[in-house]
Design a protein around this ligand. Structure first.
Ligand code: 5AD
Ligand code: SF4
Length: 492
């Protein structure tokens, strides 16, 4: 490696302290090295980011891709072709951790036979010190490790590795320091985009690792969010997904100089949502996730009067049993939840409700499962993600007495079969209607078909070609197929 790239004191003096200038500096430094690679190899080095977990991670990955492209790397669709592979990890359930170790085993072999290959791992799993210890001990071939609070520093960490300063660069922060704005991002779609409105979570549901790995709740300022969305609209984006672990507490806390400060109580999520709807060019607005304890009537009214807001609310209930909800620290009862469903349906009769359900929380009984099934039947979800409770070290529920696996599996299957039956029935209610659909892609399985999404988030496959991608078109819903439709385009 060329010694001029080594970080010495002389260079250190020129490094900007403030962000994003500091990262721009390191992007330029990495770019110089990548230019040399291009001269040597006759082509740009390639990268692939594999994303696990939620929409937040997917959006973080777009930012990582943006930084790498700015540096001069070229994205490749296949992980197996990449010179730099990054895993953006999830740790919400234990099996995600096991999967990562499996992937790393396979990557090690490839790295041994590929000159100059780099491996990076980041995301929620890296916020767990025991995981980083395992990487440091058993996976020395991993080049770069970073967490959720400093992923914007990819260029800086990569420079340390590329300049040969360190053979394994590990930097994981215990707390967020700042929200860094205005870094490049490479969006997967040209016509729709996720936008973070807040980071972290303060709810501490007793089963959940998220508050530990994503930190305290902190909102971005309305100015930053709205100006980002205006820029997106100017570049042709028509659909926005506002992202946060608990969007309904948007605006309560902000981060300033590493301190969490309280905010203007008169400007919360409903106000932000209305301002987003006012932006010209934005035709559809989605948001996730809503915590049932915080979803206000004010928000429902904002949805009612703004046709741009998708008629879909993701409202995880987790369990239908008031006793289990209490043990989960969800801070609502079965009755509170059902009353909220009623309030929403009274004002938005055609809304699609979607949810997350958990089976197997410590202490859950057959009666508790019956409560969960009651809620599934009552709320009539269009889609429900059903999970088996997974023990997460460090959470309060991990210290509770766990249920036997066989029992949980049997109950999970019982809940799942009701979920499948009711969701198929509910989501079929649009059969025969014509709906506006945003076309997202060519269909993966059927030649001559495209796939689009209705405002209630349900997918529709219908005959069409590439020219439709990114457009709203009217589609007649010919046949409900469980949780998607087959349709035909119409001029109606
Ligand atoms: N085990 C299983 N599922 C979990 N979730 C969160 N934590 C756990 C866990 N420990 C589920 C919840 C949440 C969704 C994103 O993941 O249902 O709503
Ligand atoms: Fe986890 Fe609960 Fe926060 Fe959702 S609201 S991220 S389940 S702690």
């Amino acid at each position: 490696m060329d010694s001029t790239h080594i970080l010495n004191n002389e260079i250190e003096e020129q490094i900007p302290v403030n962000e994003p200038a500091r990262q721009e500096y390191f992007m330029d430094k990495c770019h110089e090295i990548v230019e040399e690679m291009i001269i040597k190899n006759g082509k740009a080095p390639t990268f692939h980011v594999s994303t696990f977990g939620c929409q937040m991670n997917a959006h973080d990955s777009e930012k990582l891709s943006g930084i790498l492209e700015k540096i001069g790397y070229a994205e490749t669709e296949e992980e197996s072709d990449a010179d730099f592979v990054i895993y953006n990890t999830c740790t919400v359930r234990e099996n995600a951790n096991q999967k990562l170790y499996g992937h790393l085993g396979a990557l090690k072999k490839k790295k041994e036979s590929t000159d100059g290959m780099l491996i990076g791992i980041c995301g929620c799993m890296m916020q767990q010190p025991e995981v980083v210890d395992v990487i440091r001990g058993k996976y020395r071939f991993v080049d770069i490790v970073f967490g959720t609070f400093n992923f914007y520093k990819l260029a800086e960490l990569l420079y340390k590795r590329l300049s040969g300063e360190e053979s394994q660069v590990i930097e994981v922060l215990a707390e967020p320091e700042k929200n860094v704005e205005n870094l490049p991002e490479k969006r997967k779609y040209t016509f729709k985009s996720g936008v973070n409105i807040m980071y972290g979570c303060n709810n501490f549901c007793t089963y959940c690792i998220v508050p530990y790995v994503r930190g305290r709740e902190r909102s971005r300022t309305p100015e930053d969010i709205l100006s980002e969305i205006k820029c997106l609209a100017d570049s042709g984006v028509i659909e926005i997904m506002l992202l946060g672990q608990n969007v309904n507490s948007y605006g309560v806390n902000f981060l300033e100089d590493s301190e969490i400060i309280n905010a203007n109580p008169d400007y919360g999520f409903p106000e932000l949502l209305e301002d987003v709807c006012k932006i010209d060019g934005i035709k559809r607005v989605r948001f996730m996730t809503s915590h049932p304890k915080d979803l206000s009537d004010k928000l429902i009214d904002v949805i009612v009067r703004n046709p741009k807001i998708a008629r879909q609310i993701h409202l995880p209930f987790q369990s239908g049993s008031t006793a289990i909800l209490k043990a989960m620290n969800r801070r609502y009862t079965k009755e509170d939840y059902l009353a909220l469903v009623d309030r929403i349906r009274a004002k938005l009769p055609n809304v699609s409700l979607t949810t997350d359900i958990m089976v197997g929380f410590p202490g859950e009984t057959d009666e508790d499962i019956q409560d969960t099934i009651d809620v599934v039947r009552y709320a009539k979800y269009d889609q429900a993600f059903t999970f088996i409770y997974s023990i997460r070290t460090g959470t309060p529920a991990a210290k509770m007495e766990q249920l036997p696996e066989d029992l949980v599996n049997e109950r999970f299957n019982r809940v799942l079969s009701v979920v499948r039956e009711t969701c198929a029935e509910t989501s079929a209610r649009f059969e025969g209607q014509t709906k506006e659909v945003l076309v997202e892609s060519l269909n993966d399985h059927m030649d001559g078909y495209v796939t689009g999404r209705m405002d209630n988030n349900i997918l529709v496959h219908f005959p069409g070609d590439e020219s439709l991608i990114g457009q709203f078109v009217n589609v007649h819903l010919d046949e409900a197929k469980g949780f998607y439709y087959l349709g035909t385009r119409t001029e109606e």
